[in-house]
Design a protein around this ligand. Structure first.
Ligand SMILES: [Zn+2]
Length: 282
């Protein structure tokens, strides 16, 4: 294998390096294909001998450190190049079968809670510098905590009640809470009304819910005009009409919501869309 020795070998290596550096990407690709083909054509014995030889060189006190250093560089390069792919594959593995991962995480936490907490703090500190990661984390947290709450609403309500009983608000605290709630209702009018109807639908057992984004999209789709009479509506004046009213078993799902002006919504009252339209036509 080794055709050259000493300085001559160094010279040939230098030449090969310069040659490779001067190659275009297409030429590099062709070379790599040629090499892969040559590799595939080798017999099992040849491959085995080569790998035995490589192992021996890895153990060798002179060549060993060089090979290991090179492997490290290649490894790091490969690791960086396939980062995206790996993360997608890992996410898929997790999504296909989350149970073992959750179990392992629980075990890690149980084995050394302080260590897990320290790791979390560490990653929080690192992430807090990255606004994109922070936004993603906020979103994830919002979604997962909402899911947890709705899966066990009774427990969360009970715990909130217990917490309130154990930590009563001072009158000053009560005033502050009321003021901040007022402020929130004023600056989030769409949100506040949506919450109210969602709650009512839940209490009536009708179910369903929609988000502000969905409601806004529906308004956009109707080009901000009443779906009954067609008059233009503003963001402040637009009303969400429940096609089948909540009081008659309609859900709070977006499919049961119509863009309405105040007048139409009031005159429709507790009628369904069919009843209302029939009366309009008559
Ligand atoms: Zn109208």
């Amino acid at each position: 294998m080794a055709k050259f020795k000493g300085r001559e070998r160094e010279y040939h290596r230098e030449w090969a390096r310069a040659h490779r550096a001067a190659m275009t990407p297409a030429e590099k690709e062709a070379l790599s294909i040629r090499r892969k083909k040559a590799w595939a054509e080798r017999t099992t014995e040849q491959i085995e001998t080569a790998s035995v030889r490589l192992c021996a060189r890895r153990e060798d006190p002179v060549t060993g450190p060089i090979i290991r250093a090179r492997d490290k560089i290649y490894g790091a390069r490969c690791y960086a190049a396939h980062r995206e792919q790996r993360s997608i594959a890992a996410k898929k593995r997790y999504a296909d079968n989350p149970e073992p991962y959750a179990l392992a995480a629980r075990r890690r936490r149980a084995a050394d809670p302080d260590k897990v907490r320290a790791q979390k703090r560490d990653s929080d500190r690192r992430c807090s510098a990255d606004p994109i990661v922070m936004e993603r984390r906020r979103r994830l947290r919002r979604v997962s905590s909402a899911a947890r709450r709705s899966a066990d609403r009774e427990r969360y309500n009970r715990e909130a009640r217990e917490y309130r009983a154990a930590h009563p608000l001072t009158s000053e605290g009560r005033n502050r809470a009321a003021a901040s709630s007022r402020k929130w209702h004023i600056s989030n009018p769409l949100n506040a009304r949506i919450r109210k109807s969602r709650r009512r639908a839940r209490e009536l057992g009708n179910g369903g819910s929609h988000t502000v984004a969905q409601w806004r999209m529906l308004c956009e789709a109707w080009e901000w005009s009443c779906s009954y009479c067609g008059v233009p509506v503003t963001e402040r004046g637009v009303e969400r009409d429940h096609k089948i009213p909540l009081s008659r078993g309609g859900s709070d799902d977006i499919s049961n919501i119509a863009v309405s002006c105040r007048r139409c919504n009031r005159s429709k009252g507790t009628q369904t869309v069919e009843e209302f339209l029939r009366k309009l036509v008559a």
